[in-house]
Design a protein around this ligand. Sequence first.
Ligand code: GRF
Length: 191
Amino acid sequence: NKLAVFASGTGSNFEAIEKAIREGQVNAEIALVVSDKPEAKVIDKAKSAGIPTFVFDPKGYSSKQVFEQEIVEALHKEKVDWIILAGYMRLVGDTLLTPYEGRIINIHPSLLPAFKGLDAVGQAFDAGVKVTGVTIHFVDKGMDTGRIIAQEAVYVKDGMSKPDLEYEIQKVEHLLYPNTIQQLINRGNQA
Ligand code: GRF
């Protein structure tokens, strides 16, 4: 059960998954952290955890196909089974999707299909909804459109600020993502 975690940001979900593995709650190994942002905090976190990284700058490539081909080679070299997107702020193309279809999942901070795309927590907050949450789904060509695997609600209580809501959403993410990964591993197939 080898995972590759893809992240462009702080990597708090990476940390939660790494900790769940270390504590024996998830029966897997993070074989590689992939990041498209050479300055992302997640890279230092991966290095401190002793996990290999594949860091690239998309600007240095002529197309998505070219950098995704390099990623696929790195994934094959590490014999990666599952791709875990955790704040990877980029649509996945065919080059990466085709060999990993059904084995690539994403976490999104809303109850999809509501509030797709960027700043989903802000979108929900501005819309004034009383319930939002977290979705884990299979990745397809679209933005936040693949088949839903798990969801958990987060209630927007009176007087909550946007940072309060972000904090509550992240708390749920950090439990739901490791649990869902373990469930997928238990099922042992493409579900
Ligand atoms: C998470 O909120 C996730 O839902 C979204 O990007 C954020 C990543 O946060 N896709 P972090 O880098 O794991 O802290």
